[in-house]
Design a protein around this ligand. Structure first.
Ligand SMILES: [Zn+2]
Ligand SMILES: [Zn+2]
Length: 450
């Protein structure tokens, strides 16, 4: 590794080495080369290092390189900034993302469309829809990537109509949509229950825009129909598809079967899902929930046994919230947090107040055959509620609370959080595994459709 130094062209060879190691994901060697000679600390090799870390989802390490580069008085360029912001979006690191934004404002990249597009995405993925829209409005001549970003953000935040409006503007400005545009549009329609519009867009893909729908587009149509309760249409659509539906499509359908208590179609979907993803506990859990919802306790038991025999473990739900630059993670009925007592007190207080406002727990959601009072406790200690209670005791009243969750928010928590936002007069943003919910004044932005 040392021989390149003897060649007298450290900069070029060093850069190439850093780039090669970074691209191969060997960050240790890449960093070794960079630390051997200060000649290698330049914008090219730093960008390689940052990209390498972002690719490995090690955003904090990428940010450290950025800090070290600044110490070497290296001026970042638009690619450095957009890579770092991309990293922050991927891990929903709002604080770090916003800090980068503050630095960008002081540079000549403040109006760079590449950087602004990354910011649209970052603010959107971190839950701040209005900031995301503001960033988009700053882009002078948005290209297809910028339009795709804003349509994707609106879709994720359940702003279906606004997403379709954006698309209309995009077409008016003669920007040609691509397959990602349609993916986001279908997602927008699906999350907002715009069935007719979604089907129209799906049809227009090939007919008007000459874009061959891919498996993910078909899968989203199944999701769209399923969520709207059009199970028969979803089933017919599956039979007409030129592809085998993806696990996502079967999972959506299974979810829809759960909501609409359709056991037979649910069994078909669950079987397909188990074939495609045998290690995924979701299909077993959903199926046992469907059986529980129609009171087929024997089938619930059989499904659970099947799960145990196959060694499938239920993915535990957990939620996390950032307070004072620290991430606090909570599981279901998780009492390991050092401030347990304070949180418990807050939870109790919230329960009393939301009940006065009219909250009624949805006990039928608990699939265990236990007493109602136990069921109510179980719902009450879902991880997102613990995280919200904790954040309420910690963060200043002027700031919205942003909680993230690895699984879908259940219907009961959704209802409880609406009441909590009302009694506390706070804006609460919850990002689950599919989308964002903005709770304020007793309402959610999703309009209870998700
Ligand atoms: Zn819940
Ligand atoms: Zn919602």
């Amino acid at each position: 590794m040392v021989t390149w130094r003897a060649l007298g062209c450290e900069g070029v060879i060093g850069n190439a080495l850093v780039d090669m190691y970074s691209k191969n994901g060997d960050m240790e060697s890449a960093l070794n080369v960079a630390h051997l000679d200060s000649m290698v600390w330049n914008v090219i090799s730093c960008s390689s290092l940052i990209d390498g870390y972002i690719e490995k989802e090690q955003t904090n390490e990428a940010l450290m390189i950025f800090v070290e580069a600044r110490r070497h008085e290296i001026e970042p360029n638009e690619f450095t900034f957009s890579s770092l912001i991309k990293g922050c979006s991927g891990q929903a690191m709002l604080e770090q993302g916003a800090q980068l934004h503050a630095q960008i404002i002081k540079t000549s990249f403040a109006f760079d469309s590449f950087v602004l597009t990354a910011l649209v995405d970052m603010y959107g993925k971190c839950g701040l829809l209005s900031s995301s829209v503001q960033m988009f409005e700053k882009i002078k001549n948005p290209d297809v990537f910028a339009w795709n970003s804003i349509i994707g953000v609106l879709a994720q935040h359940g702003q279906g109509k606004e997403a379709l409006q954006m698309f209309k503007q995009m077409v008016l400005k003669e920007i040609k949509p691509d397959n990602i545009t349609f993916f986001n549009l279908l997602r927008a329609c699906s999350h907002s229950g715009l069935v007719d519009e979604g089907l129209e867009y799906f049809d227009s893909m090939l007919k008007i825009y000459g874009i061959e729908p891919r498996q993910e587009h078909y899968s989203h149509v199944i999701d769209l129909l399923g969520r709207a309760g059009k199970l028969k249409e979803a089933e017919e659509f599956i039979h007409k598809m030129p592809f085998e539906p993806s696990a996502f499509a079967w999972c959506s359908l299974l979810g829809a079967c759960k909501t609409h208590r359709a056991t037979e179609l649910g069994e078909i979907a669950a079987k397909k899902l188990m074939e495609l993803e045998p290690e995924n506990s979701g299909s077993h859990v959903l199926m046992s929930n469907i059986y529980a919802s129609v009171g087929q306790w024997e089938d619930v038991k059989a499904t659970r046994k099947l799960m145990r025999d196959a060694g499938v473990k239920k993915i535990p739900g957990f939620s996390w919230v950032d307070i004072d630059k620290k991430t606090h993670v909570f599981g279901v009925e998780d009492w390991s947090h050092p401030e347990k007592e304070e949180i418990d007190k807050k939870l109790e207080d919230l329960l009393i107040r939301i009940r006065e406002e009219g909250y009624v727990p949805l006990l039928e959601l608990v699939t265990s055959n236990v007493e109602d009072s136990v069921k109510e406790r179980m719902l009450h200690y879902h991880s997102e509620r613990i995280a919200i209670a904790f954040a309420l005791t910690k963060s200043p009243a002027s700031k919205p609370i942003i909680v993230k969750k690895n699984l879908r928010v259940c219907v009961d928590c959704h209802s409880a959080i609406k009441f909590i936002s009302k009694v506390e007069g706070r804006e609460i943003i919850v990002r689950d595994n599919a989308r964002f919910h903005h709770f304020a004044n007793g309402f959610c932005s999703c309009g209870d459709y998700w």
